[in-house]
Every structure is written in structure tokens, then in C-alpha cells.
Ligand binder design. Sequence first.
Ligand SMILES: [Zn+2]
Length: 420
Amino acid sequence: MSPTVLTALFVCALLAGLVLKFWLATRQIRHVAAHRDSVPSAFADRISLSAHHKAADYTIAKARLGILELGFGAAVLLGWTLLGGLDALNQVLLAWLGPGLPQQLALLAAFVLIGGVLDLPFSLYGTFVLEEQFGFNKMSFKLWLVDALKGALLGALIGLPIAALMLWLMGAAGDLWWLWAWCVWMGFNLLLLLIYPSFIAPLFNKFEPLQDESLKERVTQLMSRCGFSAKGLFVMDGSRRSAHANAYFTGFGASKRVVFFDTLLKSLTPGEVDAVLAHELGHFKHKHIIKRIVSMFALSLVGFALLGFLSQQLWFYLGLGVRPITADVQGVNSALALLLFMMAVPVFTTFISPIMAQLSRQHEFEADAYAVKQTDAADLKSALLKLYEDNASTLTPDPVYVKFYYSHPPATERLARMGA
Ligand SMILES: [Zn+2]
């Protein structure tokens, strides 16, 4: 391929993706606004008009911010690639450090750091203006800052060694380096899954064993009825940061545990908590988690093989606006190849996201069906409605927007299925 063809493909895909996402966001805004003034009849007795208004306004505000982020993200991407940002950063670091592993590691770190700073305004606005305005944000600026610093430190402690190992493999492990790198990457991901619940999550939140004896009894009964054992039932202080509610089942093997947000326990009855947990157990019974992990493994193998090929093609670098360090593009350009790959691939894979979303919605239906079998359907219905209301999720999303983005089916569809 010639560099010019890649440039043309990249620009076309980026523009097509932008137009598509902009169209979807404006559809969503129009649809939600058009249905703002009446609660859908199926929910009229459960959801107040003021809650419906809040959900509409929140959804629209988020979609508007999304449009801004979309435009900004595309500009930053062009800045890094075709407008020469990554090339300039690479040249500066080359002049300072010379070619080699330290230079490449510095390039990755500088890229991540600059990206984080560019995202700051959106992160701050999202938390302290948008979420604040709708009463969801519970974070002080100090807590936000501590979180950000902890996250950066943790990212450096975990990310730098694994990045160094990857770069080293890319340069030293021969033509099949990508296969070795894939093995390391998979091992690293499994390790993260294993240590996340016990070692990483507690750095950001407090986890206390569930105290409520009657709820504990109920939940334990449900779990043994469904054939599950977990090492513990925990309550997480989600209310420290946000009023959004949730529950999850995490870890595998010996680190398996159930985590309830304190915000969830405050708003749901014990029967409803049971139903929500049964839904989560449904994901396990149907092996959704394993399927997701296996497909992630398979996709990343394809990704690494593609990266192995692309990293040796001169046109890959030139077509995306970067001069490789030497014409023999293996080894010394590994960090460039990694960064270009991570930036370019999503531009092309945007168009398959409806398939992923469809699969995920299918899984949600299956988990709902499982929960209905194990607990009371009425409990699951009322729990879902409470969660939709508490999270100000709209009951009237645009159907095309749903097809493209929604990982969970809209409330109307979920409740209709449960009734059937
Ligand atoms: Zn689910």
C-alpha cells in the first residue's frame, strides 16, 4: 500500500465516523426532547413527570457534551497523526535521549500524560458541572484530585513495567514477537482481573462486609439456590463519589465476591436487591463473563498479529504522519507503531460497535430471564424502574441510537420481555 492510500482511507473513515456519530447524537436529543412532556403509558403509574423531565434533561445534556467531545477527540487525533504532533514529540525525545528503549518508553509516557491533560476540561466539566447540576456528584475537588493522582501513580507503577516489557519483546523476540507479546498481555489481564477486587479497588473505595443479617441470609439463600459460592458479600461506599447506584459480581476463583453500592441498598427493598443479584448471577450461569473474556483474547490475538504486520510497513508510519527513526522499521520504532495502532484502529472499528452492542443486549435479556426464574418478576421490574429513575436514565431513547450504542436494552423492552 502507498502512504497516500492509507491517509485517504484514514481520513474517510474518520469523517464517516464523525458524521455518523453526530447524526446519532442529534437523533437521540430530538427524540428524547419530543417525548419529554409525557411519561410513557406503561410507566405512568410508577414514574412521576418531574422524574421523567429530569431523565430527559440529563440525557440531552450528556449527549450535547458527547458531541463536543466527539469534535474535540477528532481534532486531537488529527493533531497527533496527520498534523505531525506525534512526529514532533518523537523528534524532541530523540534529540534528548537518542534512539533506544528509554526514548520509546518516554514517548509512551509523554503521550499518555499529554492525552490526560487534554481530557481534563471534559472530566472536570462532566463531574463538577453536569453531574453536579443533576445532583449526582458527591465528590469534592480534593477527592477528585487525590483520585487523579492515585490513578496516575498506579498507572505508572503497573503501566511502565508492562510497557517496557512489550517494547523489549517487539525489538528482541524476532518475527513472531507479536505472539509472545499477546501471551504476556493475556497473562497481565488475567492477573489484573485476579488482583483488582482485593488490591486495586480498595485503594479507591471502602469495602465493608454486609452487616444487614436478614439481607445476608436472603442473599446467601439465593446464591446457594443458584449453585454459587462467593467469598464475601461487601458494601462499597459508592456514595462518596456519586449518587448513581449499582451492584456487581467480581473476581473469579478464590477472589469471587459480591459488591453492593451503598446507594443501591438505600433505595431497594431486600426482594429487589435479590432480583438484581439474580440478574448478575444470570450472567454467570449463561457464561457471559467467560465468553467475553475468550472473545477479548481472540480479538486481541488478531490485533497483535495485525500490529506485527503493520509495524514493519513503512507506509503505515508515513501514511499516518510520522517519520520512522530508521527506514528499517523494526525495533527502534516500536513505540510509534503501538501509538499509531491504538489511535488508528478505533477509527475503523467504530462501524462494528452495533454488533457488540447487540450481543450485549442479548446477554441482558438472558440474565433478566434467569432472574425472573429465580426470584419474583415483580421485584425485578420494580428494581429496574427504581434504578432507571435514580440514575435518570431516559425511558424514551431513540431506537437507532439504542441499536448503535446501548449495552442494555431500554426499560420498555426489558419489562415487556419479563411480562411475556
Ligand atoms: Zn446485566
